[in-house]
Design a protein around this ligand. Structure first.
Ligand SMILES: [Zn+2]
Length: 51
């Protein structure tokens, strides 16, 4: 499972078509709204556990 970086839900990347790439990493999203938030400001959401 991947983790949605916006809302922190678990996302099944096998059936997840909502994804974005940022700095060479792929991020998966549970909903179009989450992807839109990430795409608007990826630096804010990427790797939240590292902040
Ligand atoms: Zn989400």
């Amino acid at each position: 499972m991947a983790k949605d970086p916006v809302c922190h839900m678990d996302v099944d990347e096998a059936k997840g078509t909502l994804k974005s790439e940022y700095q060479g990493e792929t991020y998966y999203f549970c909903a179009p709204g989450c992807k839109a938030k990430f795409d608007a400001d990826p630096a804010r959401y990427a790797r939240p556990e590292a902040r």
